[in-house]
Design a protein around this ligand. Structure first.
Ligand code: GN1
Ligand code: MG
Length: 369
C-alpha cells in the first residue's frame, strides 16, 4: 500500500495534504503525513515496520501502549516549575486499533509527533550531549518502577553480543560471503580486529548470569537521532523510535547512547581520520544522565558502565560488518559498501574508547561522588 493510502486509514480528522519520507532509519520506512482540518494542521509519523527484522510487530505496539500510558501518567503528575515539558509519541489508532495491516500484509502504525522539536543526526556540542544524557536518564527513571515481565521481547537476542559473534562465525562459511570477502580489500585487518575481541564479548551476559545485573526495561536504540530537542528552549524533551523498547540491560542503552553522542563525525563518516570518541562530550552526557539516574542506578550497574560503552560500539561494528558480508540484508544502504564503512566507523570509535579508557573511567567514577 502507498503511504498516502495508509495514512488515510488512521483515525485523524481532516484532509491529507502531504506525505514525505522522514529520518534516516536503517530498518523501518518512516513518513510524515500532514492533515488539514479547517485552519488547523495535524502532523503524524507513519511507519511501515520491517517484518524481516520484527517477526511479531503487534508486540511492538502492545509494548508501546503499555509504556506510553505509564510514562504520560508520570509526566502529568510531575511539577511543571521549569521550562522543560517532557513529551513522548502517542499512538494514533486505526479503527480504534493500535496498528493496521494492509492487503499486502504490510504492518503500519502511526504516532503523534513531539511538535516544535527536532533531533539531529550528529551530536553538536557539550550542551547537546548533556541533554541527550538527561533524556535517556529520564526515560529510564520513568520506567524504573515497571516490571519488564509485562513487556514482550520483540527482538530476541538484540544486543546480546555473543549471539552476533556466533552469527558472524556462521556466515563466514557461506559462498556468497567468502566471495564478498575475497573481493574487498582490508578484510583481514577487520577480521583480526574482531578476533582480538572474542574474550570480551561475554562480559555483560556473564554479569547477568551471575545476577550482578538485572533485566529492566530499555529503549534499545537511544542514538542521538532519537532524542528530541525543544526548538524554543534547547532542552531535551523526549525520546522517539519506541520499537525496540523491551526487556534488556540498561547498559545496552547507556553504551549505545554514548557511542552515538560522543562521535561528532556521525555514523556515516567516510573520512575515518575524523572519527574519535570525544571525552568532553562523554563527561557532559554522563552529568546529564546521572542527574536523572541517581535513584535507580546501583553500585553493580556502575561497575559495568565503561565495558558497556566499549562493547556496544564493538557490537554495532560487528553487526554492520556481518550485514555487509551477507549482502546488506538487515540495514538499509544508500551506496555500495555503506555497511562496510559504517562498520569501520564503529571499530575506529571502539579503538578510541579503549585508548581513552582511563579518562572515561575517571569521568564515570566522578559521577558517583
Ligand atoms: C538501527 O533503524 P534505526 O536507524 O532506528 C538499529 C539499531 C542501530 C542503528 C544504528 C532494530 O536503528 O540497533 O543502533 O540502526 N535498529 C535495529 O544507526 O536493529
Ligand atoms: Mg530504531
Amino acid at each position: 500500500m502507498q503511504p498516502a493510502t495508509a495514512a488515510r486509514e488512521f483515525d485523524i480528522k481532516g484532509r491529507l495534504v502531504n506525505v514525505d519520507i522522514v529520518g534516516q532509519g536503517n530498518v523501518n520506512d518512516t513518513y510524515q503525513a500532514v492533515f488539514r482540518d479547517g485552519g488547523s494542521v495535524e502532523r503524524i509519523i507513519l511507519q511501515r515496520i520491517n517484518k524481516h527484522v520484527f517477526e511479531q510487530p503487534d508486540w511492538i505496539m502492545e509494548n508501546m501502549r503499555y509504556i506510553t500510558d505509564h510514562v504520560l501518567d508520570i509526566f502529568r503528575a510531575e511539577p511543571s516549575d521549569t521550562l522543560r515539558e517532557w513529551g513522548i509519541p502517542k499512538i494514533v489508532t486505526h479503527n480504534k486499533k493500535d496498528f493496521m495491516i494492509d492487503d499486502d500484509g504490510d504492518f503500519w502504525r502511526a504516532m503523534s509527533m513531539i511538535d516544535d522539536a527536532k533531533s539531529y543526526a550528529k551530536i553538536r556540542n557539550s550542551e547537546h550531549a548533556y541533554e541527550v544524557g538527561i533524556v535517556l536518564g529520564c526515560f529510564h527513571r520513568t520506567v524504573s518502577n515497571l516490571s519488564s515481565d509485562n513487556l514482550h521481547d520483540t527482538l530476541p537476542g538484540f544486543h546480546v553480543t555473543p549471539n552476533y559473534l556466533r552469527q558472524y562465525d556462521e556466515i563466514l562459511d557461506g559462498n556468497y560471503e567468502a566471495e564478498r570477502m575475497n573481493n574487498t580489500p582490508g578484510m583481514k585487518n577487520i577480521m583480526n580486529y574482531i578476533d582480538s575481541h572474542r574474550d570480551k564479548v561475554n562480559i555483560l551476559q556473564h554479569a547477568l548470569e551471575q545476577n550482578e545485573l538485572q533485566i529492566r526495561i530499555i529503549h534499545g536504540d537511544p542514538k542521538v537521532d532519537n532524542i528530541m530537542i525543544d526548538n524554543f528552549t534547547g532542552y531535551g524533551i523526549g525520546i522517539i523510535d519506541l520499537d525496540t523498547v523491551k526487556p534488556g540491560l540498561l547498559h545496552y542503552d547507556f553504551g549505545d547512547a554514548l557511542r552515538s553522542a560522543c562521535n561528532p563525525a556521525g555514523e556515516d563518516e567516510t573520512d575515518l581520520d575524523s572519527v574519535f570518541f570525544d571525552i568532553d562530550l562523554c563527561a557532559a552526557f554522563v552529568e546529564g544522565y546521572m542527574e536523572q539516574a541517581k535513584n535507580f542506578i546501583t553500585e553493580a550497574d556502575r561497575n559495568y558502565l565503561f565495558d558497556a560503552i566499549h562493547l556496544i560500539t564493538f557490537e554495532l561494528g560487528l553487526r554492520f560488518f556481518q550485514d555487509y558480508l551477507a549482502g546488506d540484508k538487515y540495514f538499509k544502504v544508500r551506496f555500495e559498501g555503506h555497511n562496510l564503512n559504517r562498520a569501520k566507523v564503529q571499530f575506529k570509535l571502539c579503538e578510541s574508547i579503549k585508548a581513552n579508557e582511563k579518562t572515561i573511567r575517571k569521568t564515570l567514577d566522578a559521577s558517583t561522588e
